[in-house]
Design a binder for this molecule. Structure first.
Ligand code: CO
Length: 357
């Protein structure tokens, strides 16, 4: 394995990567519905090496800077996740939800949810009418929208629900349980983009004590899922020469979907998200990233896919950007999946890309 590595820090990283499942678990199980990223931000802040200058900007982005000189490179990954807010507490005690970001309605029924109240998590479930009580069988084929469903927190009245500590606008998530499937597949809600948050932390740890001849600004952004809001603030407040966006590549590597839509297999390495529904990466940065990966023997694919990233507002401000991603199955579901090897390779590649691009 070590023959692949050229730079000294690669070997040291490889050792630490045995801790990868524990590191990613801690980050994905933290709660960070868009606009409520505090817990994730604290966890990340706690993992940033001492002595690195950090700040939180007006919207809540966590920013750490190292090195000086040119070029100035931004590395950005988003802390937030899809979720819900309590939109109403009904007279019968049931709770209504409003979506934050584009959670897929098909995944809502049959799940355990957590309302993250000031007094701690309150659990509830969303159920459907059982076959035994279904009058019109056609209704069983219909996907109910989030606003049509109720969260059952086991109460009979509004007061009883309020007494549990539930308040309007409290953030809500599915109950998050990190799983390692068959040794190599990490599975949980919010793999997107906590793996990216982790990759930035590991890159910062590797580079902060090296003699950088350039400035690097690491950004853990907020509210990506609700319209790239955090990245817009970054685009308007930080002058930089280039940006590397670390986010997901929604992959079609599963039998349900046509592979040609987003052809990247989990376990085959990181992928440049060259084109998506929001932006096209800077062609020179794409070529440069490919060269760097090849030089260091790191597999790197390239592809198009749907959705958009924090790269869009940065690009709109004139900062050339490239998204370096890993393939994710079942995006925006409670069971997002990524592959351990892809994350390892991403962490290796980012340190090279940030110093050589
Ligand atoms: Co994402």
């Amino acid at each position: 394995m070590s023959s692949l590595f050229i730079h000294d820090f690669a070997e040291e990283v490889h050792v630490r990567l045995s801790d990868l499942p524990e590191l990613i678990k801690a980050l994905v199980e933290a709660i960070g519905v868009s606009g409520f990223e505090g817990e994730v931000r604290e966890k990340i802040h706690g993992l940033i090496p001492k002595g690195v200058e950090c700040k939180v900007d007006s919207i809540g982005n966590l920013i750490a800077s190292i090195g000086s000189g040119e070029p100035h490179i931004i590395l950005i990954a988003h802390m937030d996740e899809l979720g819900f807010l309590v939109s109403n507490i009904e007279e019968n005690g049931y709770v209504r939800l409003r979506k934050v970001g584009s959670f897929d309605d098909r995944y809502i029924p049959g799940k355990v949810f957590q309302i993250h109240t000031k007094q701690g998590p309150v659990e509830g479930v969303v159920g459907l009418t059982p076959p035994h009580l279904t009058v019109d069988p056609e209704t069983m084929k219909k996907v109910l929208q989030s606003h049509e469903l109720y969260l059952d927190v086991g109460t009979r009245s509004k007061d009883e629900t309020s007494d549990l500590g539930v308040k309007l606008l409290d953030p809500v998530t599915v109950r998050k349980e990190f799983r390692v499937v068959n040794g190599d597949y990490f599975c949980c809600r919010s793999i997107d983009d906590r793996f990216g948050c982790l990759a930035l932390i590991e890159t910062l740890k590797k580079l902060h004590s090296t003699d950088l001849k350039r400035k690097m600004t690491f950004v853990w952004s907020v509210r990506e899922e609700t319209g790239l809001e955090g990245a817009r603030v970054i685009a308007n407040t930080i002058q930089a020469d280039k940006a590397i966006v670390v986010d997901s590549y929604p992959s079609a590597d599963a039998p349900l979907m046509p592979f040609h839509l987003a052809p990247a297999r989990l376990g085959d390495g990181p992928v440049l998200r060259v084109t998506d529904n929001g932006a096209t990466a800077n062609p020179e940065l794409v070529d440069r990233a490919m060269d760097i990966a090849e030089k260091h023997g790191i597999p790197l694919g390239a592809g198009a896919t749907g959705g958009m990233t924090d790269g869009l507002p940065l690009q709109e401000k004139g900062i050339p950007m490239v998204p370096i991603t890993i393939p994710i199955r079942y995006m925006h579901s409670p069971v997002e999946m990524c592959h351990r090897l892809d994350l390892e390779k991403l962490i290796q590649l980012l340190a090279f890309a940030a110093t050589e691009i």
